[in-house]
Design a binder for this molecule. Sequence first.
Ligand code: FAD
Length: 520
Amino acid sequence: RLAPDGEKETSAAGGAPGPDGGAPGPDGDQDVLRSLDFHAATDPAAVAAAAEDFGGIVQARPAAVIRPSTTDDVASAIRLAAHSPRLTVAARGNGHSVNGQAMAAGGLVLDMRYLSAPMELVRAAEGGGLAVDVPGGALWEEVLEWGVRRHGMAPASWTDYLGLTVGGTLSNGGISGEAFRHGPQISNVTELEVVTGDGKRVVCSAGSSSDLFFAVLGGLGQFGVITRARIPLHPAPHLVKWIRVVYNRFEDYSRDAEWLVTRPEPDGCDYVEGFAFVNSADPVNGWPLVPLSPASPFDPALIPAGSGPVLYCLELALHFNHDERGAIEQRADEIVRRLRYIRGLEFAVEATYVDFLSRVKRVEEAARANGSWAAPHPWLNLLVASSDIIDFDRNVFKRILKHGIGGPMLVYPLLRRKWDRRTSVALPDSEIFYLVALLRFSRAYPEGPAAADQVAQNREVVECCRSNGYDFKLYLPHYQSEADWADHFGRQWPRFVDRKARYDPLAILAPGQKLFSRSR
Ligand code: FAD
């Protein structure tokens, strides 16, 4: 076991207020910090890294970063914090939040990437299929690599980008193009090991300690730290037929997208997503976003005269094995033939399953090379009811965002029935709702826009949804006041508060969400 990196540095880290007012703890907290006898890092580099996230907008310095290698380490850190006057504890997955959600000003950050248990193949339930037991800090790309390469098996539901942790996405939802069929990642987990805010280790599932199980799923880290998750596995397909088609009318786009996600399983696609883009040659916001290979460029001459400032690209994928190519080509033709896209603006490639799932890794490499990965990312994610999406398109895509956002503007439908109402996540009321994700990838100011202007534009979008009375929720929500959080959760708020009192009565966990304040 490691000793802390030195009391001198402990007091340096704990003694300086963070930029957001992360004040040093009172003496009681310092006593606790001095007693940390396991994997704690208080060196400036570790503290500085935990004071930032992918968003690059919020900074909050913790007093120390804990590197837990076991569930017991996690429990010890939480119990120590509980015995202090006011220390808080934030699990940090890969720090890919955009509003400081994994930070703990003046508290302890648990770097979950250090949890070192190996992944293990298990039976999902008696008589059930196979599953993998994964440490909470594992990245989804590690789960993919382990499952496909070692066992030819994979989870059913992914995120677009796989450099996210299992515990981080299960605390939110975990959405991608498979979710319309299999549900989000929180619908694809059968058991969790959790350390609650009072330091208890609990193994929970839909059949055992079920209230805690569902509380933690989509629970924004409020009820416990996920140290292990059991994820069902399915035979991984070898290949993917990946198709994009372009629309100029949002009504056609959304009608086709909803038709696709409501197809009965054997006739449908395995993945449905889509995005809005600017009707121009702009390399970051326009036509160049669409082609899947340089061999099939975008021909703007095919866009009908009189089309508006924004176009839409529906993205589908069909899974298949090497010996199924003929059948899959036929199924793809049957599906695509029925869609009302602009003829000639269709794009298709074949990819291995792993390459398809790793597609955003290639975006990351390009963004790192051009400097936009390290720049601020004022992202906005919304879930908007299908009944409001056409109006949303008219007011938001065609008006507020008609010049683009410096990256993709995802918009694709999901089905309410694939989400379990017992989880903590808040959703619009309608059976079909859309994920809208404004994934801004601009260079830092002054080469790109000022982050404050992008934040203001996000606010304008949210205000537009409010003033028009849309049925919508923030995904990866971010609010500052209890009233806003109560409004976000709506009818579920009393249950959320009740669960907090039961599983984290001192409000130690995930202070960066700004939901509850630590009590003594
Ligand atoms: P962090 O940001 O580190 O943590 C998020 C929250 O969860 C914090 O409150 C933290 O305290 C808590 N937490 C972390 N680990 C645990 C744990 N083990 N137990 C309990 N609480 C924990 N989301 C999607 O749904 N679909 C996507 O396709 C998608 N693509 C993305 C692409 C990029 C490039 C980025 C940056 C984000 C994307 N996201 C997507 C958002 C992502 O789901 C969130 O950022 C999420 O928070 C996971 O990131 P993380 O693992 O780094 O968690």
